[in-house]
Design a protein. Structure first.
Length: 132
């Protein structure tokens, strides 16, 4: 943050749009995202998916923008345990699976206005805060 970066009265960099993080409190990638935005003094809204599942419309927004494969954690244990490794599904079928079992999501899911990211993607996070 340079000397010419505007700062509001509480020391936070004014964000054009709020950042919303969907994840799990004990998930390492989710904590990394929270830390990334907090270090840049961006106000975040955190949704713990254990306490409140992601809304169907919100999940559809991620799937439409990023694709169902990008939102699915195909390398995770939940994916293997559900027996999905060898199952062929189109995006609509995969989106329904993701909505039914949110353990299959690639976390964290982050939204800043119309900019979305899935998983640990610091390049996308930098774009969200205007850091290129």
């Amino acid at each position: 943050m340079g000397a010419d970066t505007p700062v509001d009265s509480i020391g936070a960099v004014p964000a054009a749009v709020p950042v919303q993080i969907f994840g799990l409190e004990n998930d390492q990638a989710t904590r990394a995202a929270q830390r990334f935005f907090k270090e840049r003094r961006v106000v975040i809204s955190f949704v713990d998916l254990r306490k409140r599942p992601i809304a169907a419309g919100e999940l559809r927004r991620f799937v439409e923008k990023l694709g169902a494969r990008a939102v699915a954690d195909t390398d995770g244990r939940a994916w293997r345990d559900a027996g999905l490794v060898y199952l062929a599904m189109d995006d609509a079928q995969l989106a329904e699976r993701l909505l039914a079992d949110q353990r299959l999501l690639c976390l964290p899911l982050i939204r800043a206005g119309n900019t979305l990211s899935a998983g640990r993607d610091e390049a996308a996070w930098r774009r969200m805060v205007g850091g290129g």
